[in-house]
Design a protein around this ligand. Structure first.
Ligand code: NAP
Length: 243
């Protein structure tokens, strides 16, 4: 199994943290990126305790300057061969009343931020003629969802970005795939009230919510040599919630 350098956004908690732990357990050096340094340090500590190698860099995906600076630090560590665009935010609201700043914040962080991260790693991947880009989209990017026009647009955008880049970068041996998680138990979903949770549970054939580790295992798979012939795909990790 080859050992490479992976850059994971939103690695301070939730799915990103689990993905970083999983990639480290596969022998990859992991660069953990998010805004909260203390939480990044906690993830790094957990990886090191398990015998893995982890570095941390602070990044604010809503700021192109911050992205540029974070990748300048990452390049000092080495060439990033695996990029996991995982960080994401929600600012839910009905379209009629959605504030332009809530639209912009979600699109900037979830979609533009991911694209700018991809731009940062392309040169190195092209030179190596090896790369894995994994974009964490969402089930609602496929199905649509009332009250989440901004979030859904950002996630559907990530799927379109994934497919376009899979075609554009295939000849360089860079694969680009998306994962669309369903309802995963993290801080993002902890804020939802009991009636919403019950309604969602009823719509999930597997009759339970997903765990961050169950998305992380899909990340590890797509990052590995076993997934070499998979590109432009959308891997659903949703318990059957949307087929
Ligand atoms: P979470 O627990 O809320 O964690 C979000 C992560 O994103 C944190 O590590 C956060 O770190 C980081 N982040 C947020 N804004 C950032 C910014 N401006 N710059 C850098 N990092 C930022 O969310 P999660 O549930 O693990 O979700 C991870 C991804 O999966 C997201 O893209 C989400 O949309 C997607 N997803 C989640 C679910 C679900 O049910 N949980 C379902 C489908 C898709 P800091 O706060 O430290 O910056």
């Amino acid at each position: 199994m080859s050992s490479r350098i992976a850059f994971v956004t939103g690695a301070s908690r939730g799915i990103g943290r689990a993905a970083a732990l999983s990639l480290a357990s596969a022998g990859h050096t992991v660069i953990l990126a998010a805004r909260d340094q203390q939480k990044l340090d906690e993830t790094a500590q957990a990886i090191r305790q398990a015998g893995g190698i982890a570095h941390t860099v602070q990044i604010d995906l809503s700021s192109p300057d911050s992205i540029q600076q974070a990748f300048a630090k990452a390049k000092e560590i080495g060439t990033v061969s695996i990029l996991v665009n995982n960080a994401g935010i929600t600012r839910d609201g009905l379209a009629m009343r959605m504030k332009p700043e809530d639209w912009a914040a979600v699109l900037n962080t979830n979609l533009t931020g991911a694209f700018l991260c991809i731009q940062q790693v392309l040169q190195g991947m092209m030179k190596e003629r090896w790369g894995r880009i994994i974009n964490i989209a969402s089930v609602v990017g496929e199905s649509g969802n009332a009250g989440q026009a901004n979030y859904v647009a950002s996630k559907a955008g990530l799927v379109g970005l994934t497919k376009s880049l899979a075609i554009e970068l295939g000849s360089r041996n860079i694969t680009v795939n998306a994962i669309t998680p369903g309802f995963i138990e993290t801080d993002m979903t902890a804020v939802l009230g009991e009636p919403v949770r019950e309604k969602m549970l009823a719509a999930i054939p597997l009759k339970r919510f997903g765990q961050p580790e169950e998305v992380a295992s899909a990340v590890k798979f797509l990052a590995g040599d076993e997934a070499a012939y998979i590109t432009g795909s959308v891997l659903r990790v949703n318990g059957g919630m949307y087929l």
